[in-house]
Design a protein around this ligand. Sequence first.
Ligand code: MRU
Length: 349
Amino acid sequence: MKSIEWIGAKVKIIDQTRLPMEEIYIETADHRVVAEAIRKLKIRGAPAIGIAAAFGFALGACEFHGEDKGKFHEHLARVKETLASTRPTAVNLFWALERMERVLQTYSSGSVGALKALLVEEAVRIQKEDVEKCRRIGEFGVQLVPEKAGILTHCNTGALATGDYGTAQSIITSAHVHGKQIRVYVDETRPLLQGARLTMWELSTLGIDATLITDNAAAFLMKKGFIHLVVVGADRIAKNGDVANKIGTYNLAVLAEKHRIPFYVAAPTSSIDFKIANGEAIPIEERDPSEITEAFGKRIAPRGVKVYSPAFDITPNELVTAIVTEMGVCRPPFSESIPALESAQETID
Ligand code: MRU
């Protein structure tokens, strides 16, 4: 299952706001439609947002007519701005746009036509690489899963949220494929129900034993001994290992510590922001109040109530047992193991 694809000169996106009730696809050659799809969560999940931004940038390049390089660069600066202003927290979006811009710098002497082709190639490469990174996360992470484990997860971290396989969900799928007889508990993930709608849909399709729970049930399940590990994804990880992920993740980390349950984060290195020292510097998106005061178009709170709706929270690094990336399992102290990842990456580059 692909959440997003480059087909011919168009981008095809499965509209995640309509799942699981309807499978509706958006096909577009307009970067503004891609930007709107990111903003409205039609495409969502940090790595998938990165891929969408790269595809949007490539579409923007293809939209340009003429051979004037100066005007081409000005046009792409506007395209970048439109895509960068969609969602602030997932660093993959900015990481992907930087990669696209690097193509322009590296091949600065190329013609407009040649640059368009190179940008499309780079965007498709970003998606292919993400698929491979997610597959490797599953391979590394499977060692952390005991036989017959009860696993608690939050939000949606599956194929829909990535190039394929997922992040936290890649570990879950890998454990299932290895015959570990796991049982997965899925937080519904208020307010937009990515767990109930998307993760339950993906896990049922994969034939994995999954049970939907309300977000408030986690402590009770831990106390009863149902949960042996928590595994979640990340939207941005700071250099010290602080993790921004879907609101409610921090609650789970606190509860896991209280019940002495390991708390794992799974993410490709494109979700690590090596430029920021700690979670304080991560911008947290605030969502529209209507996402809380209404459910499926029906008002559920009195008119005019005050609402505060952060889409993400920050889990402090001391609550994180390990971070699984495509480069291996990263353990505390993260202020040493994360910079070591950065150095290893520079050696590969
Ligand atoms: O608001 P969303 O649905 O884009 O939030 C997604 C999450 O928080 C995921 O857990 C995160 O992106 C990691 S997914 C691979």
